[in-house]
Design a protein around this ligand. Sequence first.
Ligand code: ADP
Ligand code: ASP
Ligand code: MG
Length: 402
Amino acid sequence: MLIVQKYGGTSMGDCSRIENVAKRVIQSKEHKNANLVVVVSAMSGVTDKLVEYTHHFSALPNPREVDMALSSGERITSALLAIALESMGYKAISLSGRAAGIITDSIHTKARIQHIDTSLIQDYIKQGYIVVIAGFQGVDKNGAVTTLGRGGSDLSAVAIAGALGADLCEIYTDVDGVYTTDPRIEKSARKIDKISYDEMLELASMGAKVLLNRSVELAKKWQIPLVTRSSFSKDEGTMICNEEDIMEAAVVSGIALDKNQARVSMVDVADRPGIAAEIFGALAESHINIDMIVQTIGRDGKTDLDFTIPQSEVEEAKNALKRFESEVGMIEFDCEIAKVSIVGVGMKSHSGVASRAFKTFAQENINIMMISTSEIKVSVIIELKYAELAVRSLHKAYELEK
Ligand code: ADP
Ligand code: ASP
Ligand code: MG
């Protein structure tokens, strides 16, 4: 049996926590008589600090150098865990992303994994080692270190589990599993025992950072059994599985909050064919992720275009949009917004889900700035100051505590 485990930043937060992780790793190995590959995050707060350092000298630092700096946090914890395991009498070895054979494209700070050459990992497993891999990183074809985007260690773990054909991928974090909403915002949030890949993907994409969306996407594609659980408790956690494996689907499974979005408002844009293609083309060239888009009806040859992007990409977006200044009245960036989303597969067959959300916002006097929907999701953009209130009110309105 082969198990891939991933331990997040809080779980690896200091030396005594790393010791706790080492004990859990050994326990899994002994109890399940399994081979273990362990993927680790940097200590919590370290990646944030490294980001801050890299932006000290420039608002737009060279992304190649940013990656070089950011990848160091995980190298430290992987080595420390290997040392801790050895001190407990187990054979353990740490590997950087490069040594683990994680080959990515060259889009620095949000690289995509192209291929994993598992030969070295497999050699060490055969020799009886617990293999500890630095998460969040890989290497491109030119030998430059890349990182996979914030929260990327989840993706490292799932991709390695897939490449090795592991029997199980366990993501250890600081909460007991996936809850109906962030338990730090709503105390009555309930842990979900089983959730479908699709719902988890929507929740993760909409801001529930307990799992990175791209890791869920990959787990679904490769049908990797995925569990998220706490490194601080014995709780069995949440199983992420196919919709068919869940007896009764809830109409609404959870509420997600994303406070890291920014709204870009382009006012009085020249209303001519091709303008949207040019604007979004320029943003795509700069690898900026667009989420919601709203265009108002044109008047007098002008139109307004609003869309959302990650806050961390505002500077790049400003740069990319400069060339449209002559064709746009005004471009505004607003970071004081939040995106609140309601997710559930039951929405496919139940009506009135969205209207209940709108009614809840009306009762709380919260103004809706933008709306978008998919088959299993309703998202709205509201003012940042109402974010937590909105989550709590919706949690109650859909009776998710029950
Ligand atoms: P790690 O460092 O282990 O990767 P993260 O901080 O990335 O951990 O993710 C865990 C956090 O996700 C929790 O502490 C919790 O505050 C947050 N979270 C947001 N939404 C949810 C949810 N629906 N269920 C559980 N946790 C959630
Ligand atoms: N350390 C990285 C981050 O903070 C990756 C991760 O924790 O998954 O984003
Ligand atoms: Mg995380």
